[in-house]
Write a protein that binds this ligand. Structure first.
Ligand code: HEC
Ligand code: HEC
Length: 296
C-alpha cells in the first residue's frame, strides 16, 4: 500500500474512533443521580412527556470500553494502513502455524497411510474420511462435493474413465495432472458442414439416437478419416490421451446433437491441474484411495 493510502486509512480509522469518543463526552451531560431524573426535555405530545436522562453509567462506560478496546486492538494487530501491529500477526504466519500443528497431528497418520497400497487403503474407513476432507478442500471446487462432476469436469463416481481407474492411473493423474486436446474437426481440418452433420449422426448412432440414419451411415467414412486416430475403430476411446469412449452413456460434455456438433466444430481443451508440489505424496496417496473407493 502506498504511503498516501496508508495515512488516508489511518486518519479515517483514528478519526472515527476519536469522533465516537468525542460524541460520548459531548453528549454526556452531568451524570445525575436517580432522584434527579425528573427533568424532561420540555416536549409534550398529547400529555406524554419525554425524560431528559443521561445514559446509564454502566452503558456509558461500556461505550468508553469499546473505544479503549479498539485502540488496544489497533496497537497489537494490523489495521492502520501499513502498520503491522506490535504482535506481528499476519494471515500467512497464522496459516503456517496451523499447518505445522496439523502436520504434527496428522503427519504420522499420513505417513502410515502412505505405506498402504491404494486398493487396501480404499477399504479403511479412517483413511476414507481423511480422503473426503482432502477432497472437499482441494478437488470439490471442480469435481463437486459429491465428486459427480459437471460439464467439462469428469464424474469420478462412475466407472467411465478418461485416463483409467486403476490405482496407478489415478496416481499418475493426481501427481502430474492431465491435459486433453481435441482439435477442431479432428484430423480432418477441411471437413464440410455436411460431413460434420454425418459424423455427429454417426456418434449419436452408437447410443441409438441418430437423427438421420442415412447421414449416420455416411458418417462412418468421415469418422474413419477424422476421428479414428484418437477415439479408436470401435469408438471406445484411448486412455493414453484421454479421448473419451463415445459409446457409453457417460458424457464429459452434453450428449445432445448440438453439444457433439460443437465439440466437432470447435474442438475441446481441458486440464486437470497437477497436485505434486501442492499436496504431499502421502496426501495424494490418500486421495487416490478415496477416488478409487468412489467407483469400486
Ligand atoms: C481446476 C479444476 C480441477 C481441480 C481443482 C481438480 N480437478 Fe480433477 N480434473 C479436472 C478436469 C478438467 C479433468 C478432466 C481433464 C481432461 O478432460 O483431460 C480432471 C480429471 C480428473 C481425473 C481423471 C478422471 C478420469 O476419468 O480419468 C481424476 C481422477 C481427478 N481429476 C481427480 C481429482 C482430484 C482427486 C482432485 C483434488 C486433488 C482434483 N481432481 C482436482 C479438473 C480439476
Ligand atoms: C487428436 C485426437 C482426437 C481426434 C482426432 C478427435 N478427438 Fe474427439 N476428443 C479427443 C479428446 C482428447 C477429447 C476429450 C476432450 C476433453 O477432455 O475436454 C475428445 C472429446 C470428444 C467428444 C466429447 C465426449 C464427451 O464425453 O463429452 C466427442 C463427442 C468427440 N471427441 C468426438 C470426436 C469426433 C466426432 C471426432 C472426429 C471428427 C473426434 N472427436 C476427433 C481427442 C480427439
Amino acid at each position: 500500500m502506498s504511503t498516501f493510502w496508508s495515512i488516508w486509512i489511518s486518519v479515517i480509522v483514528l478519526g472515527t474512533i476519536f469522533g465516537c469518543w468525542w460524541l460520548l463526552w459531548a453528549t454526556r451531560k452531568g451524570q445525575t443521580s436517580d432522584a434527579e431524573t425528573e427533568r424532561t426535555t420540555g416536549h409534550s405530545f398529547d400529555g406524554i412527556e419525554e425524560y431528559d436522562n443521561p445514559l446509564p453509567k454502566w452503558w456509558f462506560y461500556l461505550f468508553l470500553g469499546t473505544v479503549i478496546f479498539s485502540l488496544g486492538y489497533l496497537a497489537l494487530y494490523p489495521g492502520l494502513g501499513n502498520f503491522q501491529g506490535l504482535l506481528g500477526w499476519t494471515q500467512h504466519n497464522q496459516w503456517d502455524t496451523e499447518m505445522q500443528v496439523a502436520d504434527a497431528r496428522y503427519g504420522e497418520l499420513y505417513a502410515q497411510f502412505g505405506q498402504v497400497p491404494v486398493k487396501e487403503l480404499a477399504t479403511d474407513d479412517e483413511a476414507l474420511q481423511m480422503g473426503q476432507r482432502l477432497f472437499a478442500n482441494n478437488c470439490a471446487v471442480c469435481h463437486g462435493s459429491a465428486a459427480r462432476g459437471a460439464i467439462g469436469f469428469p464424474n469420478l463416481t462412475d466407472d467411465a474413465w478418461l485416463y483409467g481407474g486403476e490405482p496407478e492411473d489415478i496416481l499418475e493423474t493426481l501427481h502430474n495432472g492431465r491435459q486433453a486436446n481435441m482439435p477442431a474437426k479432428g484430423t480432418m481440418p477441411n471437413m464440410t458442414s455436411t460431413q460434420v452433420d454425418q459424423v455427429v449422426n454417426y456418434v449419436l448412432s452408437f447410443s441409438g439416437r441418430a437423427r438421420d440414419e442415412e447421414a449416420a451411415e455416411a458418417g462412418k467414412v468421415v469418422y474413419a478419416q477424422g476421428c479414428v486416430a484418437c477415439h479408436g475403430p470401435d469408438a471406445k476411446g484411448n486412455q493414453a490421451i484421454g479421448a473419451p469412449n463415445l459409446t457409453d452413456d457417460a458424457w464429459l460434455y452434453g450428449s445432445t446433437y448440438e453439444w457433439i456438433e460443437e465439440t466437432v466444430l470447435y474442438g475441446r481443451e481441458n486440464m486437470m491441474p497437477a497436485q505434486s508440489g501442492r499436496l504431499s505424496e502421502d496426501q495424494i496417496h490418500i486421495l487416490a484411495a478415496y477416488v478409487y473407493s468412489l467407483s469400486n
